[in-house]
Design a binder for this molecule. Structure first.
Ligand code: F6R
Length: 365
């Protein structure tokens, strides 16, 4: 039931504060992460898993790209993120020292399931993160962390993405802690920041009208180019995917520094650049890419941090995000990007909940 919302996608976008709060419930106590009720892992297990493989498709894959960036800041992990349809057919070393984490909203994605079978055969320790208890991947892998996002009806994944990022961040913290890598103040800082995420998502949702107006201004664009650096890059990937899926516009995300290695040739006044430019150590670098884009006459839409007094010199199209710990920027940045894709698609009269050529779960290879 979509209640008063015109589309399930919009309803599900609005459910995200609640979904994140629910996902943290029972997993964070005080300022400490505890997954021992769900995972029977010992310190020795965690020390043995030198290699962490994240395997998923689509939006779930992008959640793992966020996780990898965060985990690299937490401990000495050797991490790979792979799309399932590639992981299966390459010769990636998988062994008893590998923890293979499969992420699938539906738990039915054929490539992810086959990749899990392969990793299991090779002796890896397997874990699944899924939104569907009792799904095929859950039953086959056994050990699971559930994203309690509730059924997602819109074909474009939204609330399950934030739930996946939440669970993956907790997993990273927990593993780092078991291995003795996690600094207590990092645990305190990030758990407190995670607990604040629902409120910050609500702040972003309150900017819906502003984002709708922005989408109205840009609905006739030829396509969109997304850029970001570090942890601003994975939400750019997901923002571009949302646009492609539901508005059928071409959208592409690049690490900002890669732009001049080819794609900058695409830029002109009909190709807006969506720049994710949080106020952090990489801010100036991304600003220089904004300047390069402006020199090619691309309109700039910036996702910037509240209080950034300089971003207004570059563009009048700015969506401000509340400050958070740098690691959690993707959680907040994704809200305006989901809403932007939604309103662009609506302007263009697209079938938002059932986009052409797509199915909610991809059970064929
Ligand atoms: C994007 C989307 C797809 C899925 C992908 C994986 O909005 O829905 O890219 O993320 O098909 O699906 P799951 O997570 O069910 O394995």
């Amino acid at each position: 039931n979509r209640g008063a919302y015109p589309h399930f996608m919009l309803k599900e976008i609005h459910e995200q504060p609640e979904v994140v709060a629910h996902t943290l419930l029972g997993r964070v106590a005080g300022e400490s992460v505890d997954l021992s009720k769900e995972l029977g892992w010992t310190k020795e297990d965690a020390a043995k898993w030198r290699k962490i493989h994240f395997i998923a498709c689509g939006t779930s894959h992008y959640a793992t790209v966020v996780a990898a960036h965060i985990m690299e800041t937490l401990g000495n992990f050797e991490i790979r993120t792979e799309v399932a349809s590639e992981y299966r057919y390459r010769n990636i070393p998988i062994d008893e020292e590998t923890l293979a984490v499969f992420v699938s909203q539906s738990g039915e994605t054929a490539d992810t399931l086959h990749a899990a079978r392969l990793a299991k055969e090779r002796g890896a320790k397997c874990l699944v993160i899924t939104n569907v208890r009792g799904s095929t991947i859950h039953r086959e892998v056994g050990e699971a962390l559930i994203t309690p996002a509730g059924p997602e009806i819109g074909v474009a994944a939204t609330k399950t993405f934030t739930a996946q990022m939440t669970v993956l961040t907790l997993l990273g913290l927990y593993l780092a802690k078991l291995r003795g890598d996690l600094k207590p103040d990092t645990e305190r800082r990030l758990t407190a920041a995670l607990m604040d995420i629902p409120g910050k998502l609500a702040t972003m949702l309150s900017k819906e009208k502003e984002i709708e107006a922005l989408a109205r201004d840009f609905a006739d664009a030829r396509g969109f180019f997304f850029i970001g650096r570090g942890l601003a890059y994975p939400p750019a990937l997901e923002g571009a995917l949302k646009l492609k899926e539901i508005s059928y516009l071409h959208a592409e995300a690049y690490p900002a520094g890669e732009m001049k290695h080819g794609p900058i040739a695409l830029l002109d006044k009909e190709l807006p650049v969506v720049a994710l430019v949080p106020k952090n150590a990489l801010w100036e670098k991304t600003i220089s890419n904004i300047e390069e884009s402006m020199a090619r006459k691309s309109p700039i839409i910036a996702i910037a941090t509240e209080g950034d007094g300089e971003i207004g010199h570059y563009t009048k199209h700015v969506i401000f995000t509340p400050e958070t710990e740098p690691e959690l920027f993707p959680f907040i940045a994704i809200i305006p990007l989901q809403l932007f894709a939604y309103y662009i698609a609506r302007q263009r009269g697209c079938d938002i909940d059932m986009p052409r050529n797509l199915a909610k779960s991809v059970t064929v290879e």
